[in-house]
Design a protein around this ligand. Sequence first.
Ligand SMILES: *Cc1c(COP(=O)(O)O)cnc(C)c1O
Length: 384
Amino acid sequence: MGTKNLKFNSKTIHGGQQPDEAYGAVMPPIYQTSTYAQSTPGGHKGYAYSRSANPTRTALENSLASIENGEFGLAFASGLAAIDAVMKLLSPGDEVLATNDIYGGSYRLFKRVFENYGIVFHFVDMENPERITEHINTKTKLLWLETPTNPMMNIVDIKAVAQIAKKHQLLVAVDNTFATPYLQLPLDLGADIIMHSATKYLGGHSDVVVGALVVKDKALADRLYFIQNASGAVCGPMDSFLVLRGIKTLHVRMQRHCENGKAIAEYLAKHPKIDKVYWPGFENHPNHSVAKTQMKDFGGMISFVPKGGDYQTSIKMVERLNIFTLAESLGGVESLVGHPASMSHSGIPKEERVKAGVVDALIRLSVGIEDQADLIADLEQAIQ
Ligand SMILES: *Cc1c(COP(=O)(O)O)cnc(C)c1O
């Protein structure tokens, strides 16, 4: 069955998938094996060793390529392992421009690992794409985008950035973890590489740590497959199976995340004890018009600042929530709350963190798919 022309809500279930050839299993079996019998040296059925390839991982990689409108998918042991593979495309002296409000772990990998190998990173406010041009020089090779950004929910115009990148022959990589392909398809907008922490919405059930890359270009895919096999941070068969299962309900989960996200963003915005709410669905969000054109809906990630709040009052508030679990991560069916200054973003120097808007009182919600009324009641008791 060709699955290329299916709609998104069918691709999540069927994209790149066929029933297993051995017994017709509808879900790909978990090929929990490191190696494969050969009839003669090199005489195998496409699989020789599970670092290089494993059939369950292949099934996930095909699904990932399908839902992102790409040609080639690669599954890694974590989102950061996927980012690590992208950075290994570069050489000492090369420069990267990255969104300034970025996932803390990406920042740490860039500054504390790859800068030791001579790669130079500049963190740029990309909400205004023209600002990027000022930072491009002959050594610039890659643009690293997050949109919506974490945790400030800023929106970067992917199409505009990709046009600038083409002019200067730069690669554009988009961390699509927050939006997922349900909301936004960066390859269709001109990006070269999609990266996912599949740990989040793609897996969707907070039970696995997995990363992914998707590309269209064969030569780029070959370079990334080489790095994936050479460095070896691959996704195991059991984890591949869990993410495949998660992707099958991505569209229905995302629809509910968006509905609940909207209700909670609006509740917080009207609340007399809340000062600021960051959510791209608001008409007064600075890049709402870009969000409206490049995203199908606005998602369930929301950040907010309580009125007159400081570090301590926000910590008290997150401790008081019951249904929202205080935890790192996001994108699961259950609602989570985080305090970026002491948790996800504690690794970023305070001065830089506050400059990006991540103040001490900021609270981030990953709105799950529970009943809206229960979620709002939980927030109300904690705020009061
Ligand atoms: C979690 C996350 C990552 C890192 O992924 P892991 O699977 O935790 O390694 C990267 N980017 C974003 C936006 C994330 O939320």
